[in-house]
Design a protein around this ligand. Structure first.
Ligand SMILES: [Zn+2]
Length: 278
């Protein structure tokens, strides 16, 4: 129920954003690339193909290369205006983000040495900690992901009411390698009715990272073992949603979650962490 409420609130916020005056809350416009689709572009900016279509008053799903689209500011970025005499280096200093990350966040700027006062640019939002983490999947091995934390999920062992999704799903082919985002100790490497073959790594006294739906574990991955950041822990699969061995109830993906152990064991939103590592 909680998840559903949150989702509704999110939709309302999005609707407000989409109906706001043009220019408010929008990133610089997006130029359509070869092989782009409304779905692909939407997934980069956290909106559906339908919302992107409505936002741009499009009458067809077909896009032309070079076409300009208006896109919302993705949730992992803050939008700011360039001040007088600013350089990207100065802005990187001001917001305490690495210059390379700032440049990556603004692909619409063709020459990073040429920015001007009033230009709207995106600043990557920084997670609270774990800044040195490694993204759990290799570049190019997964499809763009959006924040699915707190979405409504209906499966449960006893068929109970909807629950809140406790992580972010990243879709990739079965067998895609999964790497540990941080070093730590494996506290669980066994079947879980929800997560199937899952690995839980305690990264510090208060926090555990959770990797679920794996098709299999990497060699040597078991409870009590220490892993390092970037170490191979297993492979993407579609296990879970039933008794041991259940698979194929959904498309293969990595479900990544972060749990705080105190004051009660509870999930937190891992999205900004994933985006920062990516
Ligand atoms: Zn999931």
């Amino acid at each position: 129920m909680k998840g559903r409420m949150k989702r509704l609130a999110c939709s309302a916020a999005l609707l407000a954003l989409l109906t706001a005056a043009p220019g408010i809350g929008f990133a610089a416009s997006y130029t359509v690339q070869p092989n782009d689709s409304l779905w692909l572009i939407g997934s980069k900016y956290g909106v559906t193909a339908g919302q992107l279509k409505a936002l741009n008053s499009l009458t067809t799903d077909e896009l032309t290369i070079g076409q300009t689209l208006q896109v919302p500011n993705p949730p992992e970025y803050a939008s700011v205006k360039v001040q007088q005499n600013d350089t990207l280096w100065k802005i990187a200093q001001r917001y305490n983000v690495p210059l390379a990350k700032l440049i990556n966040a603004n692909p619409q700027i063709s020459n990073p040495n040429n920015i001007w006062m009033g230009l709207e640019i995106r600043i990557p939002k920084k997670p609270d900690n774990y800044l040195t983490g490694v993204f759990p999947l290799a570049k190019g091995s997964y499809t763009p992901f959006t924040n699915t934390y707190a979405d409504s999920r209906t499966w449960s062992p006893d068929g109970a009411a909807a629950r809140s999704h406790e992580g972010v799903d990243i879709f990739a082919d079965k067998g895609t390698p999964v790497y540990s985002a941080l070093g730590g100790t494996i506290v669980k490497a066994a079947w879980n009715e929800y997560g199937g073959w899952r690995v839980t790594v305690r990264v510090d006294e208060s926090t555990e990272f959770y990797y679920a739906h794996l098709s299999k574990y990497a060699t040597g991955i078991k409870e009590g073992v220490t892993v390092t950041a970037g170490q191979l822990i297993g492979y993407v699969g579609s296990t879970g949603y039933g008794p041991e061995g259940t698979e194929g109830k959904f498309l293969p993906h990595l479900h990544f979650g972060i749990y705080k152990r105190t004051p009660v064991y509870a999930a937190i939103d891992p999205f900004l962490y994933l985006k920062w590592w990516e």
